[in-house]
Design a protein around this ligand. Structure first.
Ligand SMILES: [Zn+2]
Length: 365
């Protein structure tokens, strides 16, 4: 490890520990060092559990070095297939798949822990297809992105159905501070329109007519602060011949306010479509016009989570850079990642540091 994390930043890895989330009170002590790399074995004084400082990270119990794990993650998230990555790094492809699976579940855990209480005023949602098992079995990636910071709020994998859309929007909503104050931009997929009031509206119970019979079903009121815009593309064959926008819920005033904030002239889904292209370049399972698919669904899901995490925390985007008040030598700009732009952190995370983050410990500044 490049720099050792201080003991206060660990939490007990025993799931039934009484002091699990009070590690900063000094319950974690150094027990001893072990192995050729002098790793730390930690002990929780509250429950007596002993665990490695790497427990819960992709490096824990790995048979290869930390450098190999980092290299595998870098190669795979730059769009190299598992076999190619194995050749480049010098390990077997099954080692690559194992690292991707562990790193993917680590990425999902970090996302659940850190992507909370996000302050956004608009989101864009879309789906892109990919394949599992063979080129005939389409499995879709659905994404929700914040267009102003390009932060990926939620990703879901499954068949392109209303259930996928519902799970996507519900999980995205749970990560926001104010789910009733945003504008949703989507394509013409009908599920978004039917689900929008239920997910982003406020529920109320309409009055019963008279005093007999059953109470009416819960209805949803769209707050003035919320709106849903559909961008509907009309195709002739594979060619887009016309793009039509439609306000499916909310007011034109609210939509105009949001467009001005984002600096757009008209409603669009450009952020999520740009992300679709980026994800296809980063994820070897999504390469287009090639025989690209994941052999197993678990690989598909793990890699999607890994790519999402690396994109949010470790990769800077030119469009997100901000001008420095005082230039540092020849440097005029501060390069930023989506997580920095949305205000979760103030640094570009190195892949090593991001993968070493212990289970249960937040990355937020
Ligand atoms: Zn404990």
């Amino acid at each position: 490890m490049s720099t050792e994390l201080p003991l206060e930043s660990f939490v007990c890895q025993n799931p039934t520990c009484p002091a699990q989330h009070r590690a900063q009170h000094g319950t974690i002590k150094l027990r001893r060092r072990y192995g050729p790399h002098r790793r730390r074995l930690l002990k929780c004084t509250a429950c007596g559990a002993e665990f490695s400082e790497l427990k819960g990270t992709p490096y824990w119990n790995a048979r290869c070095s930390q450098d190999t794990v980092d290299a595998v993650v870098e190669h795979v998230t730059h769009g190299n297939s598992f076999v190619t990555t194995g050749h480049l790094v010098g390990c077997h492809r099954t080692t690559v798949t194992r690292i991707v699976r562990v790193a993917g579940s680590h990425a999902r855990h970090l996302h659940d822990l850190n992507a909370r209480d996000l302050k956004v005023t608009s989101i864009q949602a879309d789906e892109r297809y990919g394949f599992v098992g063979r080129k005939k079995e389409a499995v879709w990636d659905a994404t929700v992105i914040d267009p102003s910071s390009k932060f990926l709020i939620q990703g879901e994998i499954g068949e392109r159905t209303a259930a996928l859309t519902q799970s996507l929007l519900m999980h995205a909503r749970a990560r926001l501070t104010d789910p009733h104050g945003l504008v949703l931009f989507t394509d013409g997929f009908l599920s978004y329109q039917t689900l929008f009031p239920e997910v982003f509206g406020r529920p109320y119970r309409p009055a019963r007519q008279g005093s007999r019979g059953r109470f009416p079903k819960t209805a949803y009121r769209i707050p003035r602060s919320a709106a849903h815009v559909r961008i509907i593309k009309e195709y002739s064959g594979k060619r887009v011949v016309n793009v039509r926008t439609e306000i499916a819920a909310g007011t034109q005033v609210r939509v105009n306010e949001e467009l001005q904030r984002l600096g757009y002239h008209k409603p669009n889904t450009s952020a999520v479509e740009r992300q679709n292209a980026t994800a296809r370049r980063m994820n070897p399972h999504l390469a287009r016009k090639s025989l690209a698919f994941a052999r197993l669904r678990i690989h598909r899901e793990s890699l999607a989570h890994l790519v999402q995490g690396i994109d949010n925390w470790c990769r800077v985007q030119r469009g997100l850079r901000s001008t420095l008040d005082v230039p540092k030598g020849r440097r005029l700009y501060l390069q930023r990642t989506p997580a920095m732009t949305i205000g979760l952190t103030d640094q570009v995370w190195k892949v090593r540091d991001w993968l070493s983050q212990p289970q249960g410990v937040s990355c937020r500044a």
